[in-house]
Design a protein around this ligand. Sequence first.
Ligand code: FAD
Length: 392
Amino acid sequence: MDLNYSPEETAFRDRVRDWLHENLPTDLRDKVSNYRELSREDLIGWHKTLARQGWVAPEWPVEYGGTDWSVVERYIFEEEMGYAGCPPLVPFGLRMCAPVLFRFGTDAQKQRFLPRIYQGDDFWCQGYSEPGSGSDLASLKTRAVRQGDHYVVTGQKIWTTLAHYADWIFCLVRTDASQSKRQEGISFLLIDMKTPGITVRPIILMDGGHDVNEVFFDDVTVPVENLVHEEGKGWTVAKYLLGHERMGTGRVGQSKRELQQLKEVATQHLKDGRPLIEDARFRDRLTRVEVELMALEITNLRFLDQLRGGRPPGAEVSMLKIKGTEIQQSISELMMQAAGPFAQAFRPVDNMDFDHFTARLAARYCNMRKTSIYAGSNEIQRNIIAKATLGL
Ligand SMILES: Cc1cc2nc3c(=O)[nH]c(=O)nc-3n(C[C@H](O)[C@H](O)[C@H](O)COP(=O)(O)OP(=O)(O)OC[C@H]3O[C@@H](n4cnc5c(N)ncnc54)[C@H](O)[C@@H]3O)c2cc1C
C-alpha cells in the first residue's frame, strides 16, 4: 500500500493551492474562517467561480463538465479547498441530485437539469426527513397522488437545509400506501419551489443561525415528467443518494485549518499567567485530536488506495463520517476552552479588545452539534458498520 503522494500528485496539489490563493476572494475566506453566515450570493458566487474554471464537479462524467481527475486528485482538491477556507460547495445539486440523474434520470431530465446544476443556475435542497421520519426514513408520510399528467403532493418535510435559498427540492414521497413493505410505494420527485402550495418556515438553531427549515406542501402540483426512476421505486434512488451524501463528511482539510487556528488562540490566551498552549492538560487534549486527525487522514488515504485499485468503499464511509464529525466537535470544544469568556459575543468595552473570531466560538460550538446528527446520525453509522463487519 502506498500512502504517499506521487510527484505528479504533489505538483497537482501545488497547482490547486496556487489557483485557490489567487481566486478565493479575501472577504469570502474571512467570512468562512470567522464562522460567519454565508449568503445565497456567497455560495453561488463561489460555485460560479469554480464552474468558470471547470472545477465545480470533478467527479461528473467528462461530457457534462467532469475533470477526469483520479480519486487522489479529487481528494487533494477537496482537502485544499477546506484548508484554504473556501465556502462549501452546496452538495444538494452537485453531489446528490446530479449522481441520481446520471444513474436514473431520463435524457430529457439530464438535459434540462444538469447544465443548470453545473452553472449554479438552480439552487437545490433535499426533502427526505419528516417529523418522526429521520433515522426511520422509510416511515415517511408525505403523499403524492397521481391525477392525469401530474401528481398532487401533500405533507411536510423538516430540517431542510437551505430550503429558503432553493429553487428546487428533490423529495421522497409516498405514491402507494397499500404496500406491506414500507420501503415500497415510495417515489422520488423533483419539485419546483415556486409551485403554489409550498411554504418554507425557518427553524432557528441554538447558535441563532438560519440553516434549516420546515417545508409544507398543500396540494402541490408536480408534472409526471419530474418523477425520477419508476413510480414506487424511490427507495432504490434514496439509498443510492445516501451513499454519495456520506462521502466527503470527513472534512480533513477544514479540520486541519481549524486546528491551526486553535493553536493560535491557545497561544494568545493565558492561564495562570502563561499561554494556555503550555498547560499540560490542554496540550494532552490538543495532541489527542491532532493524532486522531492524522489517523483520519491516513484512513482516508487507505480508502483512496483501495479506490485506486478499483474497490468501491463500503461501510467504511460510515467510519469517516463518525471520526470526521467527532474531530470537528472536539475542535469546537477546545476552541471554547482556549478562548474562555471571549468565546461569547458580548458588547466590547473600552478596556477590552473585541476579537470577532473568538466572539463567534460559542455559536460555532452550538452549531457543530449538528454534525453527528445530519447525513445519518453517528449511532446509525455505527449500526451500519456493525451490520457490515459483525453481520448483526
Ligand atoms: C443541521 C441539520 C441539517 C439537516 N439537513 C437535512 C436536509 O437538508 N434534508 C433532510 O432530508 N434532512 C436533513 N436533516 C435531518 C437528518 O437527516 C435527521 O435529523 C437525522 O437523520 C436524524 O433523524 P431525526 O432527527 O428524526 O432523529 P431520530 O431518528 O428520531 O433519532 C433520535 C436519536 O435516536 C438515535 N437513533 C434513532 N434510531 C436509532 C437506531 N436504530 N439505533 C441507535 N440509535 C438510534 C439517533 O441516533 C438520535 O440520536 C438535517 C438535520 C440537521 C440536524
